[in-house]
Each structure stands twice: as C-alpha cells, then as structure tokens.
Design a protein around this ligand. Structure first.
Ligand SMILES: Nc1ncnc2c1ncn2[C@@H]1O[C@H](COP(=O)(O)OP(=O)(O)OP(=O)(O)O)[C@@H](O)[C@H]1O
Ligand SMILES: [Mg+2]
Length: 235
C-alpha cells in the first residue's frame, strides 16, 4: 500500500476582478502517493505554474485545500508556513529566482543557512559534481549560462533534501543530453530519499520518464495516466 503524501482538494485560483478575471485553477483535486514522480503537462497558460506555486506555499489558493502528510498547509500561521517552505519543499522555478549578488555555491547553500544549519561540505561537493558546475561554483548568476543557472537552482532545491520537489520546467533551457542527465539526477534523488516530485514539462520524453502524467487544460485536470511497463494507462 502506498501512503498518500499530497492531497489537493477543490483547488481554485482566480486572478483579477470583473472583466479581467482569470480562472487559473478551476476546482482541481488529486492525490500523490509518497515517492511518486509525476509529470504535469498542458498548454501555455493552463495553470501549471500556478498549481506548483500554491503547492509550494509561495502563493495562496482562492479556495480549496492542500494537505501535506495530513497537514492543512494554509491553515498554518505565517511563521510556520515559512518554515514549511524552507524544510518540506524544494521549488525549482521556471525562471530560476537566483540571488544575483550570491555566487553559485552561496545560492545553493542559502536555504540551509537560513534554517540555522551548517552546510555539509562533502554533500555540497557531491552535488556540484553531479550537476557539472564544480568549476563555476564561485561565479555569479550573471556570469553563468541559462543552463548553468538552471543547474544551480536545481542544486538549491536538492541541497536541503526535502520530502517534496516541485520543478517548473527544470530542463526548459537544456539540450536533450543535459535534459536526460538532469532527469536522471532527479530520479536518483527521488529513489534515494523516497522524494515525492511534481515536474512541469513540455517535453514528451521527460514526461514519459515519470511514473504518472497529469494533464491540465484551462485550469482543469483533463487526463491523469500512469506510465510503466504496459505502456500508459488511465488512473
Ligand atoms: N499574477 C498574475 N496575475 C494575473 N494573471 C495571472 C497571474 N499569474 C498567472 N496568471 C494567469 O493565469 C493563467 C495560468 O498561468 P500559469 O503561469 O499558471 O500558466 P502555465 O501553465 O504555467 O503556462 P506556461 O506553460 O506558459 O508557463 C494564465 O492565463 C496567466 O495569464
Ligand atoms: Mg509556467
């Protein structure tokens, strides 16, 4: 039996008012078992990033609930929500969100330092090695290519070893060889730490490497399938 780690209930997110109103998420419900690596796919503007930001606690739903490990995420006070963001989830943003005045290594270790812990030097070495950015560790984001900045942002999310990884097009700026490497890296972390992952992608090959493919269109889930040995099957 697999344990349910994430429960999303009737999630709605509306931006703007009146004529400008946009229903980015329209009554979305699903659950994710612990350790599952799921892809989230769908057209541009369908609500994928909105969903991920809410699950990561950086944006609030208009209505609906998110439970992580049985805990109502948005019922927490601001202080506990900040701790939740720091400890429980690793968010990989579509546009990296690196801190421009910090170098690669400092960006990766910042969440651990903010949490009052001492970064583990050996773990950092291993991560920089795996990400292929060891020679760039002292470079500022502005001195890195898009793909290298993307690797730094992935490193930052993995370094705290969170139970949940939420990635917004983590391979969007990489060539197909680097993309395959990054997905292998995420898969390795997923297996080793039994991490639960949601990965937004436009790449069919990446989606097929995940355990499940959730399709969103116009703020609604329109398909939900498990991949695997026997091909793709409906949930
Ligand atoms: N802060 C905002 N204010 C107003 N509307 C917004 C805001 N953020 C997103 N939207 C709208 O909500 C809808 C969903 O946006 P979202 O960024 O979640 O799409 P997406 O599926 O991630 O698209 P893409 O694949 O292009 O990244 C879009 O119509 C977008 O214009
Ligand atoms: Mg997006």
């Amino acid at each position: 039996m697999t344990m349910e780690l994430l429960r999303i209930e009737n999630l709605c997110k509306t931006y703007g008012k009146g004529e400008n109103e946009v229903k980015a998420l329209d009554n979305v419900s699903f659950t994710v078992p612990k350790g599952q690596m799921a892809a989230v796919v769908g057209p541009s503007g369908s609500g994928k990033s909105t969903l991920l930001h809410i699950l990561g606690g950086v944006d609030r739903p208009t209505s609906g609930k998110v439970y992580l490990d049985g805990q109502d995420v948005f019922a927490q006070n601001a202080k506990n929500l900040a701790i939740f963001r720091r400890r429980q989830v690793g968010l990989i943003y579509q546009f990296y969100n690196l801190i421009p005045v910090l170098n690669a290594e400092e960006n990766i270790t910042l969440p651990v330092i903010m949490d009052g812990r001492k970064p583990d030097a050996k773990q950092l070495e291993g991560l920089l090695e795996m990400l292929g950015i060891k020679e760039r560790r002292l470079h500022l984001p502005s001195q890195l290519s898009g793909g290298q900045q993307q690797r730094v942002s992935i490193g930052r999310a993995l370094f705290t070893s969170p139970g949940v990884i939420l990635a917004d097009e983590p391979t969007g700026n990489l060539d197909s060889k680097s993309s395959a490497e990054i997905i292998e890296l995420l898969r390795k972390s997923n297996r080793e730490l039994n991490q639960t992952m949601l990965i937004i992608t436009h790449d069919e090959n990446i989606a097929l490497k995940c355990d499940r493919i959730i399709t969103i269109s116009d703020g609604k889930i329109t398909a939900d399938r498990l991949t695997g040995q026997g091909g793709v099957q409906n949930v």
